[in-house]
Design a protein around this ligand. Structure first.
Ligand code: ADP
Ligand code: MG
Ligand code: ZN
Length: 637
């Protein structure tokens, strides 16, 4: 016999209620409230509910609710024996022929100054009544309190133990014991350069004593920079996994919605926890959320984010690397980081985690396809070829989509058709974010980049080409746009600047030559070309016509708005001459570049073909191509 059946009915009922309203296992109950306390509250509530039900259904049945007019009617007919009047209603008893004697009624009061007079006239005994407000006012307190109590219990359970109001500042940094981050470098593909750079960190973390003896300088902070989904978080975990050290991770965005002072306290906490566990890795994901440049805040003053950032800087300065703690961080918006974060002794090592090329994508696909049964017709190389611009997360998503599609069709294995459909789906999603190129765009970009590269190899003073890539870079390209002519302007000769101008125009001229029309892709090139030409004419005195006069002051302080132009110190006439000279310089260079590329048309086609197939071509290969094919003599047009 089951034990419950021995209990009485009420006990059973209460048990049920208790299990419905506080579904906990008995283990937890012990460290929650004492059982008696919440038993009596439930008991009270149940009794109250039963009581009100009883009132409604048993007491109320005997009382008839009648309109006031009818009451007056009964009164006029002398059918009322006695009434009790309270501020809202009148309860009375009838004596009548049609109604059985003793029938009770209730009517709601309306404003009636004649009531007492009428009652007296018909000799009805009447009495007033003061209704005690005690019960209702107690209830109006108890019920909200009970509800509040339930919600509070519920919230506490959600938060889990040790997360009361007092412990908000406790670091939420999750500690993954080394056997938990089973991620190793084998799980990361397509970003080999980044992996290589981090190898040193792994080495240091696994043998900190060796490095200490030699006194080598270990990076304190490593910043992983790259577009979303390229595997930055994964890579950081893999470093911990490879070195078999604990991994403390916290996300910058977690700091954002905190009370004043809490963020800073957490940072302190995190660092003191980590130093006790050294060697280990502290990983701050989404550093940009926390490390936005100070002073961007329009309201000014010390805000919470600033305090947290300051604390981070203090902590980073405060400990020695040879204790074996390495701070890693990830961001996809390095440009908004506070410069103080990037100073020596802080995140002075930066590792670019870029979008993978075709080989990288194939390798990533292989990793994620490990847990999926692939059909014999699947060629992951082909899939990689169809997905330029995809990052690791997109490729993982792609495999997953394909597996789902296959499962929906009750297939045994994932077939090429499923992968194709999945690619289309993922691309459709990504195109909204404009991250992938269609084949036509890809071809145009291939010719454009080839144009730059061939001109760079053909003119005398340009730096040699390292590699040509058409992997859509988006944010990853930021590292390269820093090559502004302003940085090293006093070091360059006129012919060097002219050649630089030529390289910049190479992309656009290639498009002109091959497609007979131009795309918007050259806009940035033209802007930079114009800047160079303008500087040559107006700042460096490199134009014969205008002579050795500087017409523009060097751009001054950094804090001026970007488009701020200082007051001109020269006449409108001179300004027009400057513009003419700039245009002339660009026009002449354009002609020169046109000549170069026209005479190299064959190499241009060949290179562009290779680039659009491989997405990345090393400079060496281009130089070989150029050696093989002689310069075609072409009339300069
Ligand atoms: P990020 O932090 O750069 O935004 P994540 O590390 O969070 O990117 O990547 C998300 C997921 O995408 C990873 O968990 C992994 O499954 C997959 N992924 C991303 N990059 C790679 C890669 N290079 N190799 C293998 N898988 C990757
Ligand atoms: Mg991430
Ligand atoms: Zn270009």
């Amino acid at each position: 016999m089951a034990p419950e059946e021995k209990k009485g009915l009420t006990e059973n009922l209460i048990d049920k209620f208790r299990s419905v309203f506080s579904p906990q296992d008995p283990q937890q109950k012990k460290n929650a409230l004492p059982p008696k306390a919440h038993f009596s509250i439930w008991y009270f509530l149940i009794v109250f509910m039963l009581f009100s039900l009883f009132q409604q259904y048993f007491l109320a049945r005997k009382v008839e609710t009648i309109p006031y007019s009818q009451f007056k009617q009964y009164l006029a007919n002398g059918q009322v024996s006695k009434v009790t009047i309270d501020p809202e209603s009148i309860v009375g008893t009838l004596i009548g022929k049609d109604k059985k004697p003793g029938q009770q009624f209730i009517t709601f009061r309306v404003e009636d100054p004649d009531l007492v007079k009428d009652l007296g006239q018909h000799k009805v005994s009447y009495s007033g009544k003061y209704e005690s407000k005690f019960l209702s006012s107690v209830l109006s307190w108890v019920i909200p309190l009970a509800i509040f109590f339930i919600i509070w219990r519920f919230a506490m359970k959600k938060m889990g133990p040790g997360m009361g109001v007092m412990s908000f500042s406790k670091s939420k940094a999750k500690l993954f014991a080394q056997n938990e981050t089973k991620v190793t470098f084998a799980d990361v593909a397509g970003i080999d350069e980044a992996k290589e750079e981090l190898q040193e960190v792994v080495e240091f973390l696994s043998h900190p004593d060796k490095f200490q003896k030699l006194g080598g300088r270990i990076p304190k902070g490593v910043l992983l920079v790259g577009p979303p989904g390229t595997g930055k978080t994964l890579l950081a975990k893999a470093v911990a996994g490879e070195a078999k050290v604990p991994f403390f991770s916290i996300s910058g965005s977690e700091f954002v919605e905190m009370f004043v002072g809490v963020g800073a306290a957490r940072v302190r906490d995190l660092f003191s926890q980590a130093t006790r566990q050294a060697p280990c890795i502290i990983f701050i994901d989404e550093l940009d959320a926390l490390g936005k440049a100070r002073g961007i805040n329009v309201m000014g003053g010390h805000d919470e984010q600033e305090q947290t950032l300051n604390q981070l800087l203090v902590e980073m300065d405060g400990f020695e690397t040879n204790k074996g703690v390495i701070i890693m961080a990830a961001t996809n918006r390095p440009e908004i980081l506070d410069p103080a974060l990037l100073r020596p002794g802080r995140f002075d090592r930066q590792v670019l985690v870029d979008r993978p090329d075709i080989n990288g994508r194939e390798a990533i696909l292989k990793i994620h396809a490990k847990n999926v049964l692939l059909g014999p017709d699947v060629d992951l190389r082909k899939v990689a070829g169809r997905t330029p611009g995809f990052v690791g997360a997109d490729l993982a998503n792609l495999i997953n989509e394909a597996a789902l599609l296959a499962a929906r069709k009750n297939k045994e294995v994932v077939e090429a058709a499923d992968l194709d459909e999945a690619i289309d789906r993922v691309i459709a999603g990504l195109q909204k974010k404009t991250r992938v190129m269609n084949p036509k765009e890809k071809e145009i970009v291939a010719f454009h980049e080839s144009g730059h590269a061939i001109v760079a190899e053909s003119v005398e003073h340009a730096d040699p080409v390292h590699k040509i890539s058409i992997i859509p870079r988006g944010i990853g390209a930021l590292g390269y746009t820093q090559q502004q002519p302003t940085e090293d302007r006093y070091l360059m000769t006129r012919s060097e600047l002219l050649d630089r101008l030529a390289v910049l125009l190479g992309g656009r001229v290639a498009e002109e030559l091959v497609f007979g029309e131009i795309s918007t892709g050259a806009q940035n090139d033209l802007q930079r070309a114009t800047e160079i030409a303008r500087s040559m004419v107006a700042e460096y005195g490199m134009s014969d016509r205008l002579g050795l006069v500087t017409y523009e002051r060097p751009r001054q302080a950094m804090f001026l708005p970007e488009n701020y132009s200082p007051a001109k110190s020269y006449s409108e006439e001179k300004a027009a001459q400057i513009d003419e000279e700039v245009a002339l310089l660009v026009e002449e260079t354009h002609k020169r570049v046109h000549g170069i590329l026209a005479s190299r048309r064959k190499v241009l086609e060949e290179l562009a073909g290779l680039v659009s197939k491989e997405e990345m071509v090393q400079g060496e290969e281009l130089r070989k191509m150029l050696e093989k094919s002689p310069v075609e003599s072409q009339s300069q047009a």
